[in-house]
Design a binder for this molecule. Structure first.
Ligand SMILES: [Fe+2]
Length: 387
């Protein structure tokens, strides 16, 4: 009997501890890996919020030395990864812990790769380029959205090319993810909105991806439901611990879905945009989302109907054009209510940038699982619509 290998699905996940206080088990996990000296990766904002000191204390109390590396900017750069790897080697570290948003976590993944292979991170662009296992990696996310703490993606910026490149491999799935809603308390409303919409985009793109399947669909749909119901109230009241936990759970589920089903044109185009103009990832996604949904709709109508239903739209008795209209309206409304309504032109994008942006978007691996095949001209038109 012949089997269709392209229909097979796999699912990779780190060991996850979820819930308030999860971060406090960091020393136990580090000890289980035999840690004597941890490289702790973070950024200046997270350090200023006090989270870095807390992790140092927890590790020190367990007899583990710590070297701190906070030289990470938003959209982590090649030279930051290389500097972190140099520090890891010169300090003779044996385990990496990162606490922060997507940038410190992606930087930590890159540091692990370079520390093991001893070559530039630029050599690991693409899918399955990693040949040696990285040091043990424990991630503690402080934002609810990027899901770098569960995903097999690391996104690094190359300022030389003004390009964000993707490293996709199960070798960059961390060993442990300590998902603790308490550490998202220090997020402001704008960051909450950006990362929450990023998580919504992860869930939608994973659900309509050509790599979607039964192992990821339930995670994607539940994430859409949770974000649709809880993100607006959370942005209005960022101190509410129940809402924080719901969005953190949604982010985790969206992360498990997209890590395994991969993404689509929103992320391909947003990586290109973010690398070119060094803009926040969630904002780039938000500005592109409904334009990509409009483009993709015809290729995945039944899937988008289920997305609409997960967004509490009662589709019974509705024709396809009506479902599409209601879904688009809800996406635009959600973005407006959380304050992410803008045009690309307001961020400094011009018509003359579009051919360059489109060329890089077509090189991004995320474009390969977009439900509708995209030509250079197609991508240009979608950018133009978002301009
Ligand atoms: Fe994303």
């Amino acid at each position: 009997m012949n089997h269709d290998i392209s229909a097979l699905r796999k699912f990779v996940s780190p060991e996850i501890v979820f819930g308030a206080g999860a971060r406090k088990s960091v020393a136990n996990f580090a000890s289980n890996f035999g840690a004597k000296h941890v490289l702790l990766v973070s950024d200046p904002g997270v350090a200023a919020a006090g989270w870095v000191n807390e992790i140092v204390t927890l590790l020190t109390d367990a007899g583990i030395r710590t070297t701190i590396f906070t030289g990470v900017s938003p959209n982590p750069k090649v030279d930051e990864v290389m500097a972190g790897a140099e520090l890891y080697k010169s300090s003779e570290c044996d385990v990496i812990v990162a606490i922060g948003g997507g940038s410190p976590m992606d930087c930590a993944k890159g540091i692990g790769i370079v520390a093991t292979h001893g070559r530039s991170i630029l050599e690991f662009e693409g899918v399955d380029t990693i040949t040696h296992p990285s040091p043990p990696l424990i991630l503690i996310p402080t934002t609810a959205g990027t899901s770098a703490d569960v995903s097999q993606f690391a996104i690094i910026s190359d300022p030389q090319r003004r390009f964000k490149f993707s490293i996709i491999s199960k070798a960059v799935v961390p060993d442990v993810s300590l998902i603790d809603p308490e550490v998202t308390e220090t997020m402001d409303a704008y960051l909450t909105a950006c990362t929450g919409v990023d998580a919504m985009v992860h869930a939608i793109e994973a659900f309509v991806s050509t790599g979607s399947g039964p192992l990821t669909d339930s995670h994607a749909l539940e994430a859409i439901r949770l974000i649709n119901r809880n993100l607006e109230p959370l942005v209005e009241n960022t101190a509410n611990p129940y809402l924080r936990e719901q969005i953190m759970l949604a982010s985790m589920q969206a992360g498990l879905a997209f890590s395994n089903a991969i993404l689509g044109a929103v992320h391909a185009m947003s990586h290109s945009l973010g690398g070119y103009l060094d803009l926040p990832h969630g904002l780039c996604n938000a500005l592109l989302l409904e334009h990509v949904v409009a483009y993709n709709y015809v290729s995945a109508e039944d899937r988008f109907r289920r997305v609409a239903e997960a967004m509490d739209i009662d589709t019974r008795g509705m024709g396809k054009p009506e479902i599409k209209k209601r879904l688009m309206n809800r996406i635009v409304e959600l973005k407006r209510k959380v304050g992410l309504e803008a045009r690309l032109a307001e961020l400094g994008v011009t018509v003359s940038d579009i051919p360059y942006l489109s060329g890089f978007a077509l090189q991004d691996p995320c474009i390969l699982t977009n439900p509708r095949k995209s030509s250079l001209r197609d991508v240009q038109v979608v950018y133009e619509e978002a301009l």
